[in-house]
Design a protein around this ligand. Structure first.
Ligand SMILES: Cc1ncc(COP(=O)(O)O)c(C=O)c1O
Length: 419
């Protein structure tokens, strides 16, 4: 395996390649092929950017046809057929059936761009400085979003102060503390010292935070709390949207409507860079060009995104996720039952095995490395990287899920045996 050029020239900032030491060549469905000739089952899916699997044939065909027909590749934010067709399909197949009325902003190609736009808009609409978020959250790595992201090492990289945010404990942190009551009280108390925030932002499932699923009750009460205190509710659906939890938007299970929603990762269909910031029409107080940029809509991503929305609805991938959720849950619980210190959390096609009670630094990392050796790609999440995170592609059937879990079981048992 020749990795010399990467090690010599690519910045030390590179990260995933250290956990998954292989040079990848091609991919199809749930599998990715290495230059070494080894095939890996991919239960990481580009950190959630490949919900439809690698090179989904229909999505790829549409993108290839577009390229071969000399479709527009770059157009700033000018009108194009590709953008029109994406917007029409997104409205017809995703927003309308869910009774959602959102304006769509193309804030730049990545997730953090979508969150930056959401934060800027919320502050502008409310004329307030701060945004409230939950401890354990991850919202991106650019300065505005990094101010919210809680991981200490990531924050340390900022080199400037990270301001204008208020973090409150996530519900799982202090079982005796009711987070909603706490926020209600500090916002009602004229001596709490906490400024009135413009918005409250959250992931309905904290992904990087360790697969922490917030309850329907918590989400409903948070919606009501935002109304009571005149804060906008921003749901960051970048990692857990696009069907990952069993519905297109992760907040659907709570029957709530956020004021602003951020989407990225799998919205680009094939793994192409694309992000959306959605908001209630009355919040659209941007003036033309106020949040401008060169890459405000990747045209091939529009084509792939339209095709992916068609796949999602025609192949009923969300229903597939709901149907197979129990396969993952029961399978992982059975695997974790080998050691009472392991716990399992998750929803839909997003699960974690929490190894924090195993008193060995880096135990979860050993497990994912062993999985990789055995042909399965899974990732780490959570405090001190103590959670093994599984995100199979939504196209994965029962047999594929079971195959991945069998590799995980062998790998986990081998790591436990080495303790
Ligand atoms: C919930 C959430 N928000 C924002 C981001 C940032 O997205 P990106 O890495 O595309 O900037 C991520 C990335 O993992 C995420 O999981």
């Amino acid at each position: 395996m020749n990795t010399t050029v990467f090690e010599q020239y690519e910045s030390e900032v590179r990260s995933y390649c250290r956990k998954f030491p292989e040079v990848f060549v091609s991919s199809k469905g749930a599998y990715i092929l290495g230059e070494s000739g080894k095939e890996y089952l991919d239960f990481f899916c580009g950190a959630g950017a490949l919900n439809y699997g690698h090179n989904h044939p229909y999505v790829k065909q549409k993108a290839v046809e577009y390229l071969m027909n000399d479709g527009i590749i770059h157009a700033l934010d000018m009108y194009t057929v590709a953008k029109r067709e994406f917007l029409e399909t997104f409205e017809e197949k995703i927003l309308k059936p869910r009774g959602l009325n959102y304006k769509v902003q193309f804030p730049g190609p990545t997730g953090t761009n979508a969150v930056e736009a959401a934060l800027k808009l919320a502050r502008k609409v409310k004329g307030r400085r701060t945004v409230m978020g939950l401890m354990g959250c991850f919202h991106g790595m650019t300065l505005g979003t990094l101010a919210l992201t809680t991981e200490r090492d990531a924050r340390a990289g900022a080199g400037v102060s990270l301001n204008d945010v208020v973090h409150v404990p996530a519900p799982y942190m202090f079982p005796e503390l009711d987070t909603i009551d706490y926020v209600d009280q500090i916002l009602s108390d004229d001596h709490s010292g906490v400024d009135h925030p413009a918005a409250f932002i959250l992931e309905t499932v904290q992904a990087e935070g360790g697969i922490e699923v917030f309850s329907v009750d918590f989400l409903k009460r948070l919606r009501a709390l935002c109304d009571k205190h005149d804060m906008l509710l921003i749901v960051d659906d970048i990692q857990v949207g696009c069907g990952r939890t069993g519905t297109f938007f992760s907040f659907e299970r709570a029957g709530i409507q956020p004021d602003i929603v951020t989407l990225s990762k799998s919205i680009g269909g094939l793994g192409l860079p694309m992000a959306l910031t959605l908001f209630r029409p009355e919040l659209d107080i941007w003036s033309p060009g106020e949040h401008n940029g060169t890459f405000r809509g990747n045209q091939i991503a529009f084509v792939a995104a339209k095709a992916a929305v068609e796949v999602m609805t025609n192949e009923k991938l969300d229903a597939n996720v709901r149907e197979n959720e129990a396969v993952l849950r029961d399978g992982l619980q059975a695997i974790a039952s080998v050691d009472e210190r392991l716990t399992v959390r998750g929803i839909g096609y997003m699960w974690g095995i929490d190894c924090s009670k195993i008193p060995v630094d880096g135990f979860a990392r050993r497990v994912i490395c062993k999985c990789f050796e055995n042909g399965l790609i899974v990732e780490l999440a959570g405090r001190k990287d103590c959670v093994v995170k599984l995100m199979p592609p939504l196209i994965a059937d029962k047999a594929t899920l079971e195959k991945g879990m069998a590799i995980l079981e062998t790998s986990l048992k081998a790591c436990l045996a080495e303790l």
